[in-house]
Design a protein around this ligand. Structure first.
Ligand SMILES: Cc1cc2nc3c(=O)[nH]c(=O)nc-3n(C[C@H](O)[C@H](O)[C@H](O)COP(=O)(O)O)c2cc1C
Length: 198
């Protein structure tokens, strides 16, 4: 698929069929995350990948049904939880070529650990579209995180930034509700000087 088509088609898919994914497809989707850029090439991320029905069922215990998801979200055959590893960044940037040996977090113009893990998540979302699938990024609520970590043995220093479902979109997806809210270029782009609208 042309890249422009992948980008145009990408939207959050929240209704899935139970159709499983081939292992090779799962691997291509997961591996795409590792093509994302990362500050200092730190790659301070980790991914919990859940494909087995019993594993996925345990995951959905931490995503309340009424508010956070549609009834067929748990049918998605693949769940990926991208996690940011801040410590890896503090250590990488204390190396001689960077030199921030005090590991002071105030040096960071933005939390690159979250940015990079988000970039990896976007690679997953786009690769899912390229594979003819649908995907959705959604949050895991803070009050669920401790339980989620304990259930899957995730060390405290790894911070889940959310979760991604991937699968075959169910027929009759609802129309994009908020497309009319997509902000135009003139609203958000400042050309050459703040206030010079596109
Ligand atoms: C950081 C982030 C968090 C999001 N959290 C949720 C969420 O918790 N639940 C959900 O249904 N969608 C979530 N979304 C999806 C957005 O609602 C969606 O991207 C937005 O409405 C635009 O729609 P589109 O992605 O289909 O174009 C999230 C997206 C991002 C980037």
């Amino acid at each position: 698929m042309e890249f422009s088509e992948v980008l145009r088609r990408r939207r959050m898919v929240r209704h899935y069929t139970v159709q499983p994914l081939e292992d090779a497809v799962v691997e291509r989707i997961v591996a795409s995350a590792l093509r994302a850029p990362s500050a200092g090439f730190t790659q301070g991320w980790a991914f919990l990948v859940l494909t087995e029905p019993a594993e996925r069922q345990r995951f959905w215990e931490f995503v309340p049904a009424r508010v956070e998801r549609t009834p067929s979200m748990p049918d998605a055959p693949l769940v990926i939880v991208p996690m940011a590893h801040k410590k890896a960044y503090l250590e990488r940037y204390a190396e001689p070529d960077k030199g921030w040996t005090d590991r002071d977090e105030n040096r960071w113009p933005a939390p690159y650990w979250h940015i990079d893990t988000g970039m990896a998540a976007l690679a997953v979302l786009l690769t899912a579209v390229d594979e003819g699938l649908g995907a959705c990024f959604f949050g895991i609520m803070p009050e669920q995180l401790d339980g989620f970590r304990a259930e899957f043995g995730i060390p405290a220093e790894f911070a889940p930034i959310g979760a991604i479902t991937v699968g075959y979109p169910a027929p009759g997806q609802p129309p994009a509700r908020f497309e009319h809210r997509r902000r135009p270029l003139g609203d958000v782009v400042h050309r050459g000087f703040w206030g010079n609208r596109w």
